[in-house]
Design a protein around this ligand. Structure first.
Ligand code: NAP
Length: 251
């Protein structure tokens, strides 16, 4: 088993108050990283997260900050540097929203909001990271199998996640001179609060029949791929997308 050691460097993990982002933050903290996490609205999850991560003391700092807002994003970098007295070395663009529904009822407002959070957020934060980085950093963007195969229940979401793979590759090219690596992880169906109970039950049943590994994935399984891509173990990998999907899509 590979054990990672991030040498007390600083990671920014967006949307780390619950679900996949929380598992990524926890795995990084266990691997000797210091983490600044974000959320935007759900105070209950934020409170629980702060409680659960009390054991990590001041190595974890959770901030209310909307990824789609340029000024809030800029402030995050300043806050991280003031809090940890070091710049951010790792960026995980994990925050994302999914609203499933009938395509014919999909509003312009929902379309714009999904793009603002899922795509503009990673753009802003990657750009801010590049502005502050003198040499060497790693970015991982959390895409989705929906971005690879399309999605009839949330085409806005699928479009953002496909574009996020493209952004990942553009940043890989743009960041290479600064030794900034940029990769993506495309999870399949992961059991988290992004789904309501009915959706989760339906996915669990379908997974046992339709997914080669016959189950939904866990947030920890996504976190394992993220840590690999952030670490020096993947030092010659950039512009890549790792599927964590139980075999539901191989491309
Ligand atoms: N679960 C899956 O099956 C699956 C599959 C493929 C990809 N993904 C992707 O994985 C990522 C995490 O998903 P999840 O399942 O863990 O979702 P989740 O349980 O709903 O968690 C989403 C996190 O993002 C935060 N967030 C949402 N909007 C934000 C904003 N504007 N600014 C900052 N933070 C924001 C949420 O906090 P607040 O609510 O407080 O803002 C929460 O911490 C998403 O990008 C999702 O698209 C998930």
């Amino acid at each position: 088993m590979i054990t990672f050691n991030f040498d007390s460097k600083i990671a920014l993990v967006t949307g780390s108050s619950r679900g996949i982002g929380k598992a990524i933050a926890k795995a990084l903290l266990e691997a000797n990283c210091q983490v600044i996490g974000t959320y935007s609205r759900d105070e209950k999850s934020a409170r629980l997260c702060r409680q659960d991560f009390e054991i990590y003391g001041n190595r974890f700092h959770l901030v209310k900050s909307d990824v789609s807002d340029r000024e809030q994003a800029k402030a995050l970098f300043a806050q991280a540097e003031a809090y940890f007295e070091k710049p951010i070395s790792y960026l995980v663009n994990n925050a994302g929203i999914l609203n499933q529904g009938d395509f014919l009822a999909l509003t312009d407002e929902q379309w714009d909001n999904t793009f603002a959070v899922n795509l503009k957020g990673p753009f802003i934060l990657s750009q801010e990271l590049m502005k502050q980085t003198a040499h060497g950093a790693a970015i991982v963007n959390i895409s989705s199998v929906g971005g690879q195969i399309g999605g009839n229940k949330a085409p806005d979401y699928a479009a953002t996640k496909s574009a996020l793979i493209s952004l990942t590759r553009s940043i890989a090219r743009l960041g290479a001179d600064l030794n900034i690596r940029s990769n993506a992880v495309a999870p399949g169906w992961i059991a988290t609060d992004i789904f309501d109970d009915d959706q989760l039950n339906a996915l669990q049943q379908e997974a046992s029949k339709a997914i080669p590994l016959k189950r939904m994935g866990t947030s920890e399984e996504v976190a394992n791929a993220v840590l690999f891509l952030l670490s020096d173990t993947s030092s010659y990998i950039t512009g890549h997308c790792i599927n964590v999907n139980g075999g539901m899509y191989f491309g």
